[in-house]
Design a protein around this ligand. Sequence first.
Ligand code: ZN
Length: 217
Amino acid sequence: MYNICGKINYKKIDVKPISINANEEEGEPESIARTKYLSEAKRKIWEVLFYCSSIYQCRKKAIIDYFAWPGDLASRECNLCDNCLRRASDNPVWVDIRTDVKKMLEIIKIITSEKQQITRNNVVDVFHQSQAKDVKNKFGELPVYLEKFSRKLKTKEDAFLLLDDLVLHDLVEEDIILTRSPTAQTFTCSIFIIGIADGAIAKANAEVWRYLIRTSR
Ligand SMILES: [Zn+2]
């Protein structure tokens, strides 16, 4: 089930899933239109996910910027919303996270080619070199998991935020799978990370990656 603020639990898929993957259902004009509709819906889900999980970005400014027309005056931070208040009390600093971006893309590229059904949690666990038994069992042999790496993003929340950011930048490809439960009339939503987009590393290198990060805890 998908919880609006970024916590996702996974259920084993035991019936044929409905995939919202833009690469499928090609051919008939009707199905192309449907694929486009689903693809846009999927992007909106990701935008909401990013909006919910960001902790220092002004909520009001984010919404104004989203609906802004080209040429509109620049919006300002409201200094009233939960994120503005948190920013004022945490005093975070801007940190260049380029090396973290490169590392996460490398992790995604490798683990999606070595293993099946890679989840967001898998990516973040490998990024954080989680010592949990199931993580070690699945990824413990991979050099990308083992090699020493000095992370700028210290918390899992920050790593999830970066992952969502990479998806929104079209650098990482994901798939959202809805599965109908065989006994109840409900759907389970699972998100799988498919891999990195063509030329993702070069595109990422050409962009500026700076995050507000709290330095004292
Ligand atoms: Zn605000």
